[in-house]
Write a protein that binds this ligand. Structure first.
Ligand code: RB5
Length: 149
């Protein structure tokens, strides 16, 4: 599985922990920045390229980290085909994929501890969309918004 990861300064420390952790788990990980800690950087500059890579399937899944995870999720969801959510709990990390086909996980680097974040990303990456009819139906209604229908 190809996993893209990014952060701004608020999520930089957590990204630097998660990236080698995911590589040790056997994932092919691409870093979309930030590559240096710069307190003046802006999360859209990293989240939007990652979200586009998930949308065009260059990446199978994405992980975007800012200070709270809020800005990252707002920005990522502007990209057609991205289904991003800010996740803080184990249940939502897998159910968001199983029911809602979440393809981009957002974390708060100032909110979620390192061990919890490692657990959440593993659960997210191990989960699969069920393709249940009711979930397909609901996602189709959401996707129609992207076509202005
Ligand atoms: C940056 O200071 C901070 O606002 C950003 O990382 C994020 O928390 C936005 O949602």
């Amino acid at each position: 599985m190809k996993v893209g990861i990014c952060s701004d300064h608020g999520g930089f420390e957590l990204k630097q922990i998660l990236l080698p952790f995911l590589e040790q788990q056997g994932y092919s990980v691409t870093d979309y920045g930030a590559y240096v800690l710069n307190a003046a950087d802006d999360y859209p500059d990293f989240v939007i390229p990652l979200a586009k890579a998930v949308a065009d399937k260059t990446m199978d899944r994405g992980i975007a980290i800012c200070g709270s995870g809020v800005g990252a999720s707002i920005a990522a969801n502007k990209i057609t085909g991205v289904r991003a959510a800010l996740i803080n709990d184990y249940f939502s990390a897998h159910q968001g994929v199983e029911d809602d086909d979440m393809n981009l996980l957002c974390l708060g680097g100032r909110v979620t501890g390192f061990a919890s974040a490692q657990e959440l990303v593993q659960v997210f990456l191990n989960a699969a969309f069920t393709h249940a009819e009711r979930h397909e139906r609901r996602l189709k209604k959401v996707a129609q918004l992207e076509e202005n229908k």
